[in-house]
Write a protein that binds this ligand. Structure first.
Ligand code: OGA
Ligand code: NI
Length: 337
């Protein structure tokens, strides 16, 4: 029912009970570290050995980094943000046509995370799109706003190119052949979550998106340049990832953690909300082909050791991920060998 959407109501004086986290699970916003930031890597520096060393370091220690001079034109990023914001400003009846809470749907507008499984709601609506191959999916995307399909297709193509550049740097940083990761991940799907976090009157009691790790291979996040909200867990503390207008945020997903045999980390992250401003983010996910068997290369498994995770297919993993509540442990732990 589309009435579930947060954006069905224009203003909230307080948050409904179903969004209130128990005391022990609240975000404790005053304990968040705001001065530190995840590393920023300049992909246009021309110093490849340095870029690869920085990628190695960031993937090992944070599982997150920002990139600048990444090849996605600023104009494309701005248009993507603008069309996302225009979409969420459409009248409720217009958006309601796209509503679904079925995670199997390849285009849907939904709310929270997985309302079929969860006990407490998240202060988020989101539009989820499959984006590869574009020819197959674009005809099913929203046609309102009128520029939506064009703007989002262009952004998707550019982001995919960046994703493969990063997979190459990741392969090299693990001393694998440059095409290794792209090859083992197969013909990758690309999904997008356009996240809309409305203003929230009681941001201390709830989340935009509760702590989770991403189940896919690699995530590229376009953040609202003016509103912070993303936080990552490092050494038991939450660190705010402050937006930089020209940067994109990259994070390692569970599959790269498994393929690197645990060297690189798919880190817990969350989005918090605030009472002053709504926030939009656009997450692009590179997802292994469903039939791909996830198994680290021998080179990354010590002599006589077993891989950290058992062999599985991505299809098996993805089903497991969506069958759970995000509050549970790291999904990858269920696949330890
Ligand atoms: C996600 C995500 C963070 C954000 O969509 O998986 O982590 O800042 N989003 O919106
Ligand atoms: Ni995420």
């Amino acid at each position: 029912m589309a009435g579930q959407l947060l954006s069905a109501v224009s203003d909230y004086a307080s948050i409904p009970e179903s969004y209130v986290r128990p005391e022990s699970q609240r975000p404790r916003l005053n304990e968040v570290i705001r001065g530190a930031n995840v590393p920023t890597i300049d992909l246009g520096s021309g110093d490849e050995p340095q870029i690869i060393a920085q990628v190695a370091d960031a993937c090992r220690s944070f599982g997150f980094f920002q990139v600048v001079n990444h090849g996605v034109p600023l104009e494309s990023m701005q248009k993507m943000m603008a069309v996302a914001s225009e979409f969420f400003r459409l009248p409720h009846e217009e958006k309601a046509k796209h509503y679904s809470d079925d995670p199997a749907k390849k285009m849907r507008l939904s709310t929270s995370f997985n309302i079929r499984k969860e006990t407490v709601r998240n202060w988020r609506d989101y539009l989820r799109l499959h984006c590869y191959p574009l020819e197959e999916f674009v005809p099913g995307w929203p046609s309102n706003p009128a520029s939506f399909r064009d703007v989002v297709s262009t952004y998707c193509r550019e982001v995919r190119r960046l994703g493969f550049r990063i997979l190459r740097a990741i392969s090299l940083s693990l001393e694998l052949e440059e095409g290794y990761m792209a090859k083992v991940l197969g013909e990758q799907e690309q999904h997008m979550a356009v996240n809309y976090y409305p203003k929230c009157p009681e941001p201390e009691l709830t989340y935009g998106l509760q702590a989770h790790t991403d189940p896919n291979a690699l995530t590229i996040l376009l953040q609202d340049p003016n509103v912070a909200g993303l936080q990552v867990l490092k050494d038991g503390k939450w660190i705010a990832v402050n937006p930089q207008p020209d940067a994109l945020v990259i994070n390692i997903g569970d599959q790269l953690q498994a393929l690197s045999n645990g060297r690189y980390r798919s880190v817990w992250h969350r989005a918090v909300v605030n009472s002053d401003r709504e926030r939009i983010s656009v997450a692009s996910f590179l997802c292994p082909c469903n039939s791909v068997v996830i198994n680290p290369p021998e080179k990354l498994v010590g002599d006589g050791d077993r891989p950290v995770y058992r062999t599985y297919t991505y299809e098996e993993y993805y089903k497991k991920f969506w069958s759970r509540n995000l509050d549970d442990d790291h999904c990858l732990e269920l696949f330890e060998s």
